[in-house]
Ligand binder design. Structure first.
Ligand code: GRF
Length: 202
């Protein structure tokens, strides 16, 4: 399966997907990487992996519609079948999502539905939860609200701060995203009534 990976920042989740795709038995390849931030280090990671990488500056694009139109054209031109949001910090409209119905996956650093939106790790610390984690979900027009594909949990330790908790969650993200993408692209995840039914991972 051909993945289009959208990024905005350092790209460590992109790197996890690139590393997974480098294994012969992994059923996907990264066809292109698009960043809305021209200076994102994630673009450097893509170039090092020999994957076509480009920036579509969402600020320069004029309007959200224009940005999403050029994004759709770029993904279609690369024959992308699945879109993976890997630290992509923009909401995508319902119009964009109709371009890839049921084919857009996002990773979020909390156990959704808890702590959607920004600074999820900080929200967890401030709420005083003892277990945190990350979620891969199908993207719908809401903010981190789509059907859940997979989750991983980590303990919150008494001396944790935002950095230590984020690092612990990020390590789990790097395992969870490739696993969830494998499940999705191999048809192991079905959507029924807004909920997913996931066949056992291999
Ligand atoms: C990750 O924590 C991801 O869950 C969140 O933003 C961070 C992106 O990190 N959406 P990276 O760019 O993949 O390193």
């Amino acid at each position: 399966a051909r993945l289009g990976v959208l990024v905005s920042g350092s790209g460590s989740n992109l790197q996890a997907l690139l590393d997974a795709c480098a294994r012969a038995d992994y059923p996907a390849e990264v066809a292109c990487v698009v960043s809305n931030v021209p200076t994102a280090y994630a673009l450097e990671r893509a170039r090092r992996a020999g994957v076509p990488a480009m920036a579509l500056d969402s600020k320069a694009a004029g309007s959200r519609g224009a940005f999403e139109q050029s994004l759709l054209e770029t993904l279609r031109a690369a024959n992308v079948e699945w879109v993976c949001l890997a630290g992509f910090m923009r909401l995508l409209s319902a119009d964009f999502l109709t371009g890839f119905p049921g084919r857009v996956l996002n990773i979020h650093p909390s156990l959704l539905p808890s702590f959607p939106g920004l600074h999820a790790q900080r929200q967890a610390l401030e709420r005083g939860v003892k277990v945190a984690g990350c979620t891969v979900h199908f993207v719908d027009a809401g903010t981190d609200t789509g059907p859940i594909v997979a989750q991983a949990a980590v303990p919150v330790l008494p001396d944790d701060d935002e950095a230590s908790l984020s690092a612990r969650i990020l390590a789990e993200e790097h395992k969870l995203f490739p696993l969830a993408v494998r499940l999705a692209v191999t048809g192991k995840v079905s959507l029924e009534g807004g909920r997913t039914r996931v066949a056992a991972p291999p």
